[in-house]
Design a protein around this ligand. Structure first.
Ligand SMILES: NC(=O)c1ccc[n+]([C@@H]2O[C@H](COP(=O)([O-])OP(=O)(O)OC[C@H]3O[C@@H](n4cnc5c(N)ncnc54)[C@H](OP(=O)(O)O)[C@@H]3O)[C@@H](O)[C@H]2O)c1
Length: 238
């Protein structure tokens, strides 16, 4: 059963992130602390904003650490080969891949603290976990057609940045499993949000219900370093 004591979610002011907040608060055992993070665009451009978020959380959790960190914030860019310039590529990598790595790096002591509360417990989202919200569009083996539901963009930046996030996820899973921290990537489905648009297949309630069901089942070494399709709970090809 999914029941992490302390949860942090990025991009929590709208879309999928906001629905995570709602559904965590509706759990049978809701978190003791839930940090719903959103950026302040004018100040969220450097490491100091990550460090101050870290210091704020540490002061609130008082030694309990952070059990579950969901890196949900991201941008989708519909760049085809002609539109994929240096600026667009760098921006999407910065937000979708480099950002999640930097925040996890900063929050590692808090994740380790949570993991050490019960050193004998198997890896899980209740003990200590990083969930990176990825996309099926990042699957290299699944990339067999340039279009997506009628959108004829190659999604160069979006696909590549999320594939980088997937690689970062597997690195983290290998690096951190001996510290008791799980790291897995999950695709939330094609969801009706600002990013997914009105033609998407599912709403945020359905998406988050499914993703949280996947999270609740992640257990032990089997649950870490994976790329799940939240739509059906099955593994996606890298
Ligand atoms: N919707 C889909 O169909 C779909 C499919 C596959 C994967 N995903 C993934 O699911 C996650 C959530 O997407 P969504 O559909 O909920 O998108 P959304 O409605 O566009 O929301 C994106 C969230 O990310 C935040 N964000 C964007 N740029 C940021 C930055 N530079 N720094 C900090 N926060 C930033 C936004 O904050 P602001 O309000 O401040 O901009 C917002 O909270 C993303 O990682 C996305 O790639 C979505």
């Amino acid at each position: 059963m999914l029941a992490p004591k302390i949860v942090l979610i990025t991009g929590a002011n709208r879309g999928i992130g906001l629905e995570f907040v709602k559904q965590f608060l509706q759990l049978k055992s809701p978190p003791k602390h839930l940090f719903a993070c959103s950026r302040q665009p004018e100040t969220a451009k450097d490491q100091s904003s990550i460090d101050s978020a870290n210091a704020f959380v540490a002061s609130k959790v008082q030694g309990d650490g952070v059990n579950l960190r969901i890196n949900n914030a991201g941008i989708g860019v519909l760049s085809n080969i002609h539109e994929a310039n240096r600026e667009v590529m760098a921006k999407v990598y910065e937000i979708n891949a480099i950002g999640p790595l930097m925040v996890v790096k900063s929050f590692l002591p808090l994740l380790k603290q949570a993991a050490s509360v019960d050193p004998a417990a198997p890896l899980s989202c209740n003990r200590a976990a990083i969930i990176n919200i990825s996309t099926s569009l990042a699957s290299i083996s699944g990339n067999t057609s340039i279009g997506f539901h009628g959108i004829t963009s190659g999604f160069y930046g979006y696909r590549a940045s999320k594939a980088a996030l997937n690689m970062i996820t597997t690195n983290m899973s290998l690096d951190l499993k001996n510290d008791g921290i799980l790291a897995t990537a999950i695709h939330p489905g094609w969801v009706k949000t600002d990013m997914g648009g009105p033609n998407a297949l599912i709403d945020t309630v359905t998406s988050v219900t499914r993703v949280m069901a996947v999270m609740g089942k992640l257990q032990g070494e089997e649950g870490t370093g994976k790329f799940y399709n939240g739509d059906n709970g099955e593994l996606l090809g890298w």
